[in-house]
Write a protein that binds this ligand. Sequence first.
Ligand code: FMN
Length: 382
Amino acid sequence: MPDLFSPYTLKGVTLRNRVAMSPMTMYRSTDGRMGDFHVMLMGSRAAGGFGLVFPEQLAITPDGRTGTGCAGIYDDAQLEGLSRVAAIVKDMGAVPAAQLGHTGRKGSEKKPWHGKTQLPPDHPDGWQVRGPSAIPYGGRYTCPVHALTVDEIKYIHRAYARAAQRALEAGFEWLEMHFAHGYLGASFFSPLANQRTDEYGGSLENRLRFHREALDAVRAVWPERLPLTMRLGCDDFHEEGVRFDDSVWAVGQLKGHGLDLADLSLGMNTDDTKGVPFNEVAFMVERGSRVRREVGIPVGVSWNLGLPAVADRVVREGLVDMVLLGRPALSNPHWPFWAARELAHPDPLSLLPEDWSWWLRNRPGPEGSLGWPSAAAGARGD
Ligand SMILES: Cc1cc2nc3c(=O)[nH]c(=O)nc-3n(C[C@H](O)[C@H](O)[C@H](O)COP(=O)(O)O)c2cc1C
């Protein structure tokens, strides 16, 4: 049975281990472009031993961003930054992944630390937000929502395909579609946000049409040899919202449309939830393992998996194929290296770039003096 540090092959891509840096929006872009900050952030995590590294969600249209500081993949001018990020990740031995997104009715936001309110279209940093129906999210998202026409939906699907081509051109080797967290895809799936009466609303089958068509559009341009995954909002934790059973069915349908791995996460289509276990360790794993078993598709999950023994166990027990780390990847650039030491991996230094590990193997210092996180530091691998 593989463990957290076993290589993982999906389609024609092999990751050196099962630990991914989960996408995290950073609000550090101008005109959707990534720059030195993103090269630093993703490069350091790749150097720290992550097998797969995602930069933040990349908006497929300007109004698909969370706010004006968010990164995009809707303009050729963004290719230079994207290519630099993909190149440094590869150079450090990890696989670069891109997450395509559209924030839908949750876009046009201020930076969280500036108050996290939604900006109206007449604000210089705001725009008209769009969704399946003219239903604002509520809470802090107060702006009226434009209900997309069928022509506009088709335009968005073409934008997904164009974004996928740019991701390929920039050198990314793994592509994820972000259909969770209350963003556009998630809101099409949820009856809380989607009350359309046309072929994109109503029945479960219709509420999944947006996903199927987006997946088809992307699969048509994204090479078969490269993984195509989806982060699905699999549970709204609300009686009238997305039910997990519906999501198990949905993943089966999407598998038939070329989905290679399901990355399960929260629906987040409302703040009015009951029982989201935010403080429970590994709370998405049980759902992931059910999808993996019943649908027969590889699965990755995030949420509270930063304890090395837990992350390792969920892979060893065959519950999920890989783990994605968000906050732990922000707080510890070397999480995989640190976890390898904690788990008594036979050669933790092998997780670092060859040149760094050569120095650390060949220039051992006094016990505890090299910045190792534990007392056993420096002892192995010499
Ligand atoms: C600062 C921040 C930004 C995030 N941005 C994104 C994003 O762009 N796309 C996404 O799918 N999830 C996003 N997330 C969610 C994370 O990818 C991850 O799923 C979540 O934090 C749970 O994993 P964790 O418990 O390891 O932090 C974000 C999380 C944080 C903390």
